[in-house]
Design a protein around this ligand. Structure first.
Ligand SMILES: Nc1ncnc2c1ncn2[C@@H]1O[C@H](COP(=O)(O)OP(=O)(O)OP(=O)(O)O)[C@@H](O)[C@H]1O
Ligand SMILES: [Mg+2]
Length: 241
């Protein structure tokens, strides 16, 4: 707890910073999955109801979110990874996490096992609520989250959830979820997470896990003409690929 990052993590943090600032996100060095075509990206954008507002930071978030959704739908049994959204408030981190949850429910959750459609277990947890469950000694909740095929942890480190109890639980949980589909959001920088626990920061960026740090304007303060706001249409289904 509260260690300063070691040299290896410090170097990785600098690299991720460099990468999130300059490179296109989601360069799949490890998995060699295809890049989304502009048409597919547009479809996902409509389905996720996400307005990039011509902002490269938001465009970056959209691309990784769309790619993650595509991968969990189309290549569920392939190599799984984590997607972490970090950064300033009101940039659409929770919005994209909720969108991914809908995609999961509609398109990814049901899997054919020996010809029978079976629902895979997945959970969406607000981290604050999750920690309260653990404080109330609901241990089953923790075990389920460790084992689930898909997990969303929204707003880690919010409020009192950067206490040492919460950080220890986060480390334990994430360690159990290496190579499992996971989305994490936090209103913090990677450096701050490294200050809580360098092992957590390191896991967010290793082994092909995607970590996007978007620091930009709050959506609520943007001047958006109403016709530009994308509305979700219930009948719409994201297409695979
Ligand atoms: N790019 C976007 N396109 C459409 N709606 C957006 C976008 N960004 C944010 N919103 C809307 O703005 C509101 C705040 O967004 P959201 O809760 O996702 O922010 P956040 O990044 O999770 O912030 P915080 O760090 O405070 O939790 C929500 O109603 C969300 O639907
Ligand atoms: Mg949020």
């Amino acid at each position: 707890m509260s260690q300063t990052p070691g040299q290896t993590v410090q170097r990785a943090l600098e690299q991720i910073k460099e990468r999130t600032m300059k490179e296109e996100p989601t360069t799949y060095k490890r998995f060699a999955r295809k890049k989304l075509t502009p048409e597919r990206l547009k479809q996902w954008q409509t389905w996720l109801h996400f307005n990039s507002c011509g902002d490269p930071e938001l465009a970056k978030m959209l691309r990784v979110a769309a790619t993650f959704n595509r991968d969990i739908c189309a290549d569920f049994w392939g190599p799984a990874y984590w997607l972490t959204f970090l950064g300033s408030s009101g940039t659409g981190k929770t919005h994209l996490a909720k969108g991914a949850w809908k995609v999961w429910q509609k398109k990814a959750q049901w899997r054919s096992i020996r010809g029978v459609q079976v629902p895979m277990d997945g959970y969406y947890w607000n981290w604050d609520r999750f920690i309260n469950e653990l404080r109330d000694r609901h241990h089953g909740v923790f075990q389920d989250a460790c084992r689930a095929k898909f997990l969303i942890l929204d707003d880690i480190g919010a409020g009192h959830t950067s206490s040492s109890f919460a950080i220890d639980k986060l480390y334990e949980l994430l360690n159990a979820r290496l190579d499992k589909w996971t989305i994490i959001t936090a209103n913090h920088k990677l450096e701050t997470i490294g200050d809580w626990d360098q092992r957590i920061a390191s896991r967010l960026i290793r082994n092909g896990n995607q970590c996007i740090e978007a620091v930009t304007q709050d959506y609520a303060t943007r001047d958006i003409p109403s016709q530009d706001a994308l509305g979700p249409s219930e009948g719409d289904q994201p297409s695979d690929g």
